[in-house]
Design a protein around this ligand. Sequence first.
Ligand SMILES: Nc1ncnc2c1ncn2[C@@H]1O[C@H](COP(=O)(O)OP(=O)(O)O)[C@@H](O)[C@H]1O
Ligand SMILES: [Mg+2]
Length: 264
Amino acid sequence: MSVVGGMFRKMAILSVKHVCKSYKTGLIKKKTKIILQDITFDVQEGEVLGLTGASGSGKSTLIRCIMRLTPVDSGTIIMDGTDLLQLSPTDLRQSRKVMQMLFQNPASALNPRKTIRESLAEPILIHQLPEATLKEIPGILDMLQLKKDLLDRYPHQLSGGELQRICLGRLLLLRPRLLLLDEPTSMLDVSVQAQIIEIMRNIRKEYPITVLFVSHDLALLKAVCDRIGVMEQGKLLELQPVEELFQHPSEQYTRDLIRAFNDF
Ligand SMILES: Nc1ncnc2c1ncn2[C@@H]1O[C@H](COP(=O)(O)OP(=O)(O)O)[C@@H](O)[C@H]1O
Ligand SMILES: [Mg+2]
């Protein structure tokens, strides 16, 4: 954090500028479907930034563009001063370590023939991290509210929520600076959501981490985020600190979302 003119100014860890993305659809008559329209926002170091919006509004696509899993049409994505869109494949692999993403359906990311212990150790081997990193596993399990006897089980012997937390644990072992979560609760029930809130608090206590948290669950975002952005049909309508968004939403769409939330 730097001190500018006597005021604390937070640093942007990620800067998304004018990102546009479209898909060509239709086999015979080619049509262009616009998915992201001029998306611009910063993620500040250390914050949890939520992104919400209806299904199909472009949230996952935006995350995929940031991870460079899909190309953008135009715009820049800057992480720590480096334009991710200009990186060579080798440099990209480096940046992937500091930026980790939890997929919507993480269970499929685990090898069914490996024990949870083996799956947790896997990224340590792949990324050639010091072997001492293995010692962090028990602490991470605690933080994620997972029992140690899960370690000797196989993926099919765990619940969806437990699998998701194991996948999150795997990412945390890599000590990413930026964690991208895409609907991490989509396969969980409401009681587990309370647990996710608790876990997010634990993570923030233990790690100096920045999180981009995509969810259509406004209650969850309100509980874990510093700021929330609202997307609709490929546009980022507004992005505000949580209290401000709930008290003074500037867009009609957000007002409707919040009304639906309050009625719920
Ligand atoms: N590979 C693709 N080809 C064509 N259209 C796609 C592709 N991936 C996503 N889309 C479309 O992009 C829009 C945004 O999708 P997505 O980013 O998954 O939204 P969200 O995560 O907010 O639900 C949707 O209309 C979806 O159908
Ligand atoms: Mg999605």
